[in-house]
Ligand binder design. Structure first.
Ligand code: SF4
Length: 404
């Protein structure tokens, strides 16, 4: 169900403004969406929402008519040690804390092989950012594994998956230098880093990123830009409801759009909603409403009509299919095997249910690889193992090949 009342953002409650009717008229006339217009639309009143959703749906249909995608994946939490302390994170652990774990190569391969038997085509590597900088225990683990750093270990595990299985790695290791983007691009067809927000006020004491040096927006933008310079298909996105304003959401979308305009490498923008959990510092922060999700997705679609827009269905259950009305064209990674280690209390929908709900809205559900079809040609034009593995995994349109 949508909630179209006032919007609570951090400590501030916004009363929805009725946008000047000219914005809705401009929208109907197909005018490009300016920042001012986007700021009005993202906080629009209930009576204007149908016009916003219908414009977003039209834009979405012009982009990829009739098709919604997902990636059948296994989730590999390579290490949950992390040097950052984001106020909303349940994934990270300190060494010695219950559940702290760095996977061994055998554990990685065992999960990926099981996933292969279940038709998965993506190995999503999620891990904490540079834990060895903060923790001698991680330095010791890496020494025993015979790797110099977490990134060296990640690179080796991506190569192992590529060599030994049919799954394609998609690493999400946090900030990356130009050198590491180049190295990981040799063993994975795509990679990702959530920008989350461009609001630097969230680094202040007591805010979501007050003890998270890797969440400085300028540093994250630099990583995304470097990936663009190297033509690496890149996934990024927003985390909404962590203390940012509605204007911040628009500015974060515009920052991503600008990088895509310059480099053309953003394959996907995720709109992820904060979910409160008892064990996190932000346990009593308000969650974004479904209405906020719908508005943010619709504005993202209008600002970026030629980029895949994704929202995770498990974070909007049970009404996740409504997100299709706002202009998404992808459900992200869904695993038939492993839980969502970032939001373990929110199981992914059963794939059959996802298919039924997607079809009920008039779309065909198709399985994609971690790299989207339109970015596949850039990956397979190179020679080597990565290109060979991607060629073996695609069908004639660049989607995941159906099992014979
Ligand atoms: S969200 Fe990522 S960077 Fe932040 S604490 Fe969790 S694992 Fe670390």
């Amino acid at each position: 169900m949508y909630d179209f009342g006032s919007v609570s953002v951090g400590q501030t409650t916004w009363t929805r403004q009725h946008p000047p009717s000219s914005y809705i008229d401009e929208l109907r006339a197909g005018m490009p969406v300016s920042r001012d217009m986007a700021c009005q639309l993202i906080g629009c009143a209930e009576q204007d929402l149908p016009a916003l959703l219908s414009a977003a749906t039209e834009a979405r249909q012009r982009f990829k008519p009739g098709v919604v995608t997902y990636s059948r994946k296994v989730f590999i939490p390579l290490t949950n040690l992390c040097r950052d302390y984001c106020g909303y994170c349940t994934f990270r652990r300190d060494p010695g804390q219950a559940g702290a774990h760095t996977m061994t190569p055998d554990e990685v391969l065992a999960v990926v092989r099981k996933g292969q038997n279940m038709g998965c085509t993506e190995a999503l590597f999620s891990l904490g950012d540079k834990p060895e900088i903060a923790f001698p225990e991680m330095r010791e683990t890496l020494r025993q594994l015979r790797y110099k750093s977490t990134l060296h270990y990640l690179e080796a595990m991506c190569e192992l998956v590529l060599r030994e299985t049919t799954l394609l790695p998609h690493p999400n290791p946090g900030l990356l230098s130009a050198e590491w983007i180049a190295r990981l691009a040799k063993v994975s067809p795509s990679m990702g880093l959530m920008l989350e927000t461009t609001n630097t006020a969230l680094l202040a004491v007591g805010a979501a990123h007050d003890n998270a040096p890797d969440k400085i927006p300028a540093r994250r933008l630099r990583t995304i830009e470097e990936a663009g310079k190297q033509n690496v298909p890149f996934t990024t996105g927003l985390l909404i409801g962590i203390g940012e304003s509605l204007e911040d959401r628009v500015d974060t979308l515009l920052a991503i759009r600008e990088l895509h305009r310059r480099y053309g490498h953003i394959q996907e923008v995720i709109i992820q909603n904060f979910r409160a959990k008892p064990e996190i510092p932000m346990h009593d922060s308000p969650e974004p409403t479904q209405g906020e999700m719908m508005r943010t997705i619709a504005v993202a679609r209008l600002l970026m009509p030629d980029i895949n827009i994704q929202a995770p269905p498990n974070l909007s259950a049970p009404y996740y299919d409504e997100l299709l009305d706002a202009g998404i064209n992808d459900w992200g990674g869904i695993s038939p095997l492993t839980p969502d280690f970032i939001n373990p209390e929110k199981p992914w929908p059963h794939l059959e249910q996802l298919k039924l709900r997607t079809e009920a809205k008039g779309y065909v559900l198709r399985q994609r690889l971690p790299v989207y079809p339109e970015f596949v040609p850039g990956v397979i034009k190179e020679s080597g193992l990565l290109a060979e593995k991607v060629k073996a995994a695609i069908d004639s349109e660049g989607y995941a090949r159906r099992p014979a």
